[in-house]
Design a protein around this ligand. Structure first.
Ligand code: ADP
Ligand code: MG
Length: 204
């Protein structure tokens, strides 16, 4: 049984999810990262690790025997069948681990970062959806700089993700991350108080 209000934080690539999650963490909020869990469930010695090697061969491994996630992304990006196969393998495990992590939360509310929350709507486990919003041009320049990627790569990722309109449609709260970090901080603080007040037992 969970005893915390679960906020699903999402947004497109480069919108500022990680930066925003860190600001919530600085306020003492528990942050759970679905991407981090996704990396853990394919570590050596997991069931998924073995199955991925059986499916794609050991060329999917890096020199250190970890799965090459970039290569894996490319393989599933090119072939929808592979994508479905991998999702069927990993998603139930990721959800189970997310659920376990949520059960252990002791803060009144927690932030669960799920980059593809909108694509997977309705997503179990989350009570509210917080969308980090920025226009595409800004997503593009931020992600290109962060990942040293070219615009084509980032644009193809943006095109594969839910539209901005769809995200905003499903959002319970929106952070507009088009200004400075201080501007972002102020919005996070306002929401922090809102979530604390929503999490009060009388409101559950
Ligand atoms: N308001 C902002 N001002 C300046 N840089 C920002 C701002 N928001 C995000 N960034 C930078 O943009 C990049 C993308 O942000 P990040 O949080 O990694 O996005 P996401 O996790 O959504 O992909 C990072 O390098 C981050 O430091
Ligand atoms: Mg991120």
């Amino acid at each position: 049984m969970k005893n915390t209000l679960v906020i699903g934080l999402t947004g497109g690539i480069g919108s500022g999810k990680s930066v925003t999650a860190d600001l919530f963490k600085q306020l003492g909020t528990t942050v759970i990262d679905a991407d981090k869990i996704a990396r853990e469930v394919i570590k050596p010695h997991t069931k998924a690790y073995q199955q991925i090697i059986s499916k794609f061969g050991s060329t999917i491994l890096q020199d250190d025997q970890q799965i090459n996630r970039k290569l894996l992304r490319e393989v599933i990006f090119k072939e929808p069948q592979n994508k479905l196969w991998l999702e069927a393998l990993l998603h139930p495990e990721i959800r189970t681990q997310l659920e376990q992590a949520i059960t252990k939360v002791t803060t009144p509310y927690c932030i669960v970062v799920v980059p593809l929350l909108i694509e997977k709507h309705p997503y179990p486990l989350v009570d509210r959806i917080l969308v980090i919003d920025a226009e595409e041009k800004l997503q593009l320049s931020r992600a290109m700089e962060r990942d040293s990627a070219d615009s084509e790569q980032i644009l193809s990722i943006i095109a594969s993700q839910a539209s901005r309109a769809r995200r905003l449609e499903l959002a319970d709260e929106v952070i507009t991350n088009t200004g400075s970090i201080n501007d972002l901080k102020a919005q996070v603080l306002t929401l922090h108080h809102k979530y604390l007040s929503l999490a009060k037992p009388s409101n559950k």
